[in-house]
Design a protein around this ligand. Sequence first.
Ligand SMILES: *[C@@H]1O[C@H](CO)[C@@H](O)[C@H](O)[C@H]1NC(C)=O
Ligand SMILES: *[C@@H]1O[C@H](CO)[C@@H](O)[C@H](O)[C@H]1NC(C)=O
Ligand SMILES: *[C@@H]1O[C@H](CO)[C@@H](O)[C@H](O)[C@H]1NC(C)=O
Ligand SMILES: *[C@@H]1O[C@H](CO)[C@@H](O)[C@H](O)[C@H]1NC(C)=O
Ligand SMILES: *[C@@H]1O[C@H](CO)[C@@H](O)[C@H](O)[C@H]1NC(C)=O
Length: 709
Amino acid sequence: MAEKMIVFLLLVSLPFFFCPILALGGDRLMPVSVEARNSTDSRLETYIVHVRKPEHMLSAGREELESWHKSFLPSPPSDSGAPRLVYSYERALSGFAARLTPEEVADMEAKEGFLFAYPDEPLAAETTWRYGMGMIVGVIDSGINPDHVSFGDNLFPDPPERWKGRCDLNAPRKCNKKLIGVRNFDSEGPQAEALDVTGNIVNVSFNGLADGIAAGAAPGGHLSIYRASMASGLVAAIDEAIRDRVDVICLAMTLPTGEFHRNDIAIATLSAVESGIFVSCAAGNRGPHRGSVRNDAPWVLTVGAGTMDRALRVILHLGDGEKYEGESLHNATMIPTGSLRLAHPSSCSSPLKGVVGTAVLCRSQPAAISPARQAWHVMEAGGAAMILMNDHLNGSTIVLADTALPTVAITYRDGQQLVSYFESARGSATVELLPMGTTYQAAPTPTVASFSGRGPSSANGGILKPDIIVSGVNILGPALSSNTGFAFSSGTSASAAILTSIAAMMRKNHTEWSPAVIRSAIMTSSDYLDNEMNPIRDETGGAASAFTLGAGHVKPHMVNDPGLVYDIVPEDYLRYLCGLGYTQMQVEAVARRGVDCESLGSLLPEQLNYPSIAVTLRGGRTTVTRTVRNEGPEASFYRGQVVGMPADVVVEVNPSELNFREKGEYQSFTVTFFYGGGAGGNQVYEGNLIWSAATSIHTVRTPLVVTVA
Ligand SMILES: *[C@@H]1O[C@H](CO)[C@@H](O)[C@H](O)[C@H]1NC(C)=O
Ligand SMILES: *[C@@H]1O[C@H](CO)[C@@H](O)[C@H](O)[C@H]1NC(C)=O
Ligand SMILES: *[C@@H]1O[C@H](CO)[C@@H](O)[C@H](O)[C@H]1NC(C)=O
Ligand SMILES: *[C@@H]1O[C@H](CO)[C@@H](O)[C@H](O)[C@H]1NC(C)=O
Ligand SMILES: *[C@@H]1O[C@H](CO)[C@@H](O)[C@H](O)[C@H]1NC(C)=O
């Protein structure tokens, strides 16, 4: 495997600064004049068409495939003659994207090899991320600025010889040894500015806060950037990334979750994983609602966001002597000093009165109005500062936003306290804002961010998702608008990028590890306790459920030496699809080749050799089998123990001891679940199976989630 890592970043829908190289999307994107446009043209829509490759096409080259794909298109086309084929896919999907009318799609159904077709979909960006301190390679969400200081390539090694990718930047901009490839699969969006990629070591700060050194986690990682805003372009980007032989893919975007044969991200990423590429995906920013997780396929790593222990602290000292801790992007020079009268209008979303010189207490109203806009209303009315209270959904997760007026953000719970103080003080409430600068060791840390996507997944048969969390809140990274500035942002795409870089390092250190093994090492070595040694909490202050936290918070320095690993061969993912009850045609579309469930065999979701175990009990017992491989010392002896599971659920592990004589040796065990409590009522019980080595330091933790129906 490769010595040098190529990290693949897939971006979305945002401005870019080079010209589109491929047209895609509906007719509005095509350079067709109004006169030339006739009734057919105006009804064209991009469809993704799945086809079954005949035997002789299985090893066909790109040109041959493309001409076969074209044979499905209407001929002669009844329109202005603009090209109909948008993308001809080679690996990531068996099929193509084309501009068609509904009637033309219907006509296609009769053609030999046609499976099904559906309209192209826009991707959602789980974004706002730049890059962070510590362990980060980098990710982009808004175009690139190769001139940014974080992007310099002095001291960078040459890309690997196998690299054949392209750099579609307009002169005088060029790729360099760090940024080795740029491709655009999106023709939308204005001309543009900025890049949010780094991997290099630079000094960073914002208003003098959070200063420090930001170092890429895989400083030797080369970046190749692909941009897309529609599903059709994303599949083309992954197709190209597989061809370019990247090592790791970071997916910062999502599609609505659903059956995998209708989800182009799921299909294309399975192809990448079959090629040995590790895929790290954002869990989405639709939390805290149940079932809000995206990118929930069992072949990818699904990454949620947590908080970190760095805070940009401002103490709020109330007139009654009470103190609360808030956070602000504004530094000591900017925040007004001395005691301020506290004002609390019913809303800060419209012009205000009577707040001159005050600190104005505002509710954050995420959907209705941005913090920047609220701060603007306060500033217009002569307010001295804004105190922004989280709503109950945001809870304790403080997402810092840049505002023109000094703003201090506080948790939902503290906000309630401030409101009741304001009400009891009857017009004489005051507050003093005391900036403390950048502080560390905030506790409890980490907590799961309110926006981080939550399970259970409705589409994957109950497999636990997300898999893992890592910092994704208030990450400092290169600003969009300048070559040297930095800005804060938050999102699960930031988290996915961090895991991408950890995976890239594992690819380098353990060239024989499959993507499933890398994921296993990440999950089983993670932390489920916070820095106060309590179970990691979510934004409500309560313990986070496994459907919120996944296995836990990644411990980067532990991933390299996991002791035991759970591997999964790619065929098992197809057996799993068969076990979900997919039809032959649906499995075929995801597999991109003929699959016969009868002869392949099927696997119930809980029996997939996943590094977490989630079962649903409907009376009786359920037994799952798992197989682990010894990656630790030759002679290793492990004892299994179930911890944290409430007594109502009985868990038996058999055998409860694993005795390995060799490195690379496999051993299997079963875990049997039985509900011994009263009426179930859709209750969820959680615990952990911990294998502890008697002969080494290794502990291998597998989360257990039992839903009693
Ligand atoms: C519009 O479509 C018709 C067929 O329906 C085609 O013959 C004609 O060339 C097209 N008109 C223009 C102006 O391109
Ligand atoms: C960071 O800043 C310090 C002090 O300004 C300087 O000594 C150091 O060389 C800088 N490091 C980098 C990597 O630029
Ligand atoms: C606060 O930030 C401003 C603008 O970035 C800067 O000029 C000033 O020096 C900073 N003050 C402190 C105390 O860091
Ligand atoms: C609050 O949460 C919502 C939903 O997760 C999010 O869109 C919004 O940005 C958050 N607002 C703040 C101030 O944290
Ligand atoms: C890679 O392996 C070496 C040797 O075992 C180890 O020292 C290093 O920490 C590993 N790298 C990472 C990122 O874990």
